[in-house]
Design a protein around this ligand. Structure first.
Ligand code: B1M
Length: 218
């Protein structure tokens, strides 16, 4: 199979919510020695973008959103070990506490960011989704990260990124931590407005921002 055909099939598997097919195509990509992040960006994520547009246009409904998400997760389950194995640097670049903020259960993009950070050489403590401000603060106190990563996909949960930053400011840990925010509706402007130190538009940008935080060339 040609690479282009494979990406088209990946796109379709998300669009049609074909969970098993999405996983099989991911296996095929690994067999063909395709870089997992390229497969994600050129195939599955394009499918997600289309699903999003169809949902917004009222042509897709929640069940389609759910099965598209499941298809993408099936693919990530296959690609994730390869993604993490790409580690290019030996020494640990820093420690990151990462999570999707309270009220928000979107985990796909956040997990890709986490895997890419691991692949680059960061140690990542992924708290999952729907993470309360308290949980972020308690974990920061415990693991003393260099970076805090806050993901939010909903305009209604983006204010919770601000809430975490505000609460962090009240602690002595703030001065030792850089905060990065991201998620579909998050922008550079929003990041500045809420007092974050950086913004990642996608997983690759997130890695570059994290590297800059640790004063390493991106
Ligand atoms: Co929901 N959802 N969803 N959803 N969903 C969106 C976000 C939405 C834009 C769809 C739409 O209307 N077109 C919309 C939000 C509208 C808004 O707020 N403006 C929406 C809605 C409305 C909802 C519900 C409210 C629907 C309902 O119940 N009526 C509900 C909310 C549930 C909740 O969280 N409380 C809901 C539920 C769901 C599912 C559970 C069905 C499913 C999630 C499955 C899962 O994650 N396990 C789902 C899905 C799949 C989507 C879309 C279609 C795809 C999200 C995704 O995985 N994208 C999404 C549309 C969209 O985002 N365009 C949508 C692929 C992923 C690779 O991209 O997550 O953007 P993304 O991550 C990127 C970057 O954003 C960035 O890097 C990632 C990798 O490149 N990034 C970071 C992400 N986090 C980062 C953190 C960083 C740095 C970069 O630093 C820390």
């Amino acid at each position: 199979m040609e690479e282009r055909e494979l990406y088209e099939k990946m796109f379709q598997s998300v669009l049609q919510g074909e969970i098993e097919e999405a996983g099989e195509l991911a296996k095929k990509a690994l067999e063909m020695q395709i870089d997992p992040i390229i497969a994600i960006n050129k195939g599955y994520t394009k499918g997600m973008d289309k699903v999003s547009r169809l949902y917004q246009a009222g042509e897709y409904f929640l069940p389609e959103l759910v099965s598209a998400g499941e298809a993408m997760k099936a693919a990530l389950k296959v690609l994730d070990p390869a993604l993490k194995k790409q580690k290019t640097e030996r020494k640990i670049l820093g420690r990151v506490v990462l999570g999707t903020v309270e009220g928000d259960i979107h985990d796909i993009g956040k997990s890709i960011v986490g895997s890419m950070l691991v692949a680059t050489g960061f140690e990542v403590v992924d708290l999952g989704v729907n993470v309360s401000t308290r949980k972020f603060l308690d974990t920061i106190k415990e693991v003393k990260p260099n970076i805090l990563g806050l993901s939010a996909l909903l305009t209604t949960t983006m204010p919770n990124q601000k809430k975490v930053i505000e609460a962090l400011k009240e602690t002595k840990e703030r001065q030792n931590i850089k905060v990065m925010v991201g998620g579909a509706a998050v922008t550079d402007k929003w990041a500045m407005e809420i007092g974050a130190d950086g913004y990642g538009e996608d997983a690759i940008a997130a890695v570059n921002v994290a590297k800059k935080f640790t004063t390493l060339p991106s």
